[in-house]
Design a protein around this ligand. Sequence first.
Ligand SMILES: [Zn+2]
Length: 391
Amino acid sequence: MTIETSTVNAGEFLQHFSARRDELLSLTRALCEAESPSGDAEGSRAVVGLLEEAAHSLEGFASWERTPAPKGYGEHFRLRAFAEGAKEERTLLLLGHTDTVHPRGTLAARPWREEGGKIYAPGIFDMKAACAVALEALRACVALGARPRRPVVLLLTCDEESGSHSGRALVEEEARRAEYVLVLEPSAPGGRVKTARKGTGLFTLSVEGRAAHAGLEPEKGVSAILELARQIERVASLARPEVGTTINVGTLSGGTHSNVVAAEARAEVDVRFSTLEEARRIEEAMRDLQPFDTRATVKVAGGINRPPLERTTEVAALFEKARSVASEFDFELGETSVGGASDGNFAAAYCAAVLDGLGVEGDGAHASHEQVAADRLVPRAAFMAALISSL
Ligand SMILES: [Zn+2]
């Protein structure tokens, strides 16, 4: 395929970010030091306030809005850049989130720290450094005149870590208009991007039987536990690990006393799949579950939660493009597929070309040693700016 290169070369992007390293670092630090665990409205608004402040450098090229999220989650941030006079109509969506999994107070226990070539801070890898990089990359496009052909939308939601309850609709709305989606989630080891993510499903299996005295008249009872145990074997046999479908019965409960035939029992089932076809097969099979003992009733609730991000030809082509841009920075961009889902999964249901895991190289997402590589901040930002301008 032909790669349309911007007239700005890799060296100029690198030079720009080398000169602006302090600004990039201080924005990253400010974002990390405004703690914003999911559901912390005040923290969310503080982070969005910082993003808005930084966005002023794009004045004249961008407009932005803060969308309040329900239930005290704070605000989603959406910025539109380069809309005026764009050659293409369909957008480039940069997708990320401002919430973290780290409870307020984590920063006091583990403050911002640079040591041994790493920068440690809660939420820096997932994904505050990437939020700063995205904004600074747009700024670089303006400063260097490396304007992308299409409008760019930067959408940073505030509830990704807790299931994207209100962010999901925004993600889907923007993905519908997008030609390409770049997801700012943490990169895989070695800075690799994620070209496939499994989808997830969550089912609850409830069985109703009939209680009876286990000693006096067990024949009058119908054990919900026995029925559920048999159903679990059946459900587990639906797995097809060879095509990526795995099934985990994660919780189990039921019964009241050891001397009572259990009248009820339930289990929660986590399903992961690589294709929508497999997701539908599982969903259908779950809906069709019939009781082994016809005196028992089996109810199934739940279903597909996140669709899979499949490595479509469009995903592969976008990856090739990114790889080619990375090579101009002497960086071999690798790819991988992962079992965990992100908002990239929701985007993939509406836009065929989604590339995930574009965050700065680092380690320890959600963990106490969460970090990014100090010397990768500038090259990653330069690469992102070049990639954005090439799309
Ligand atoms: Zn994340």
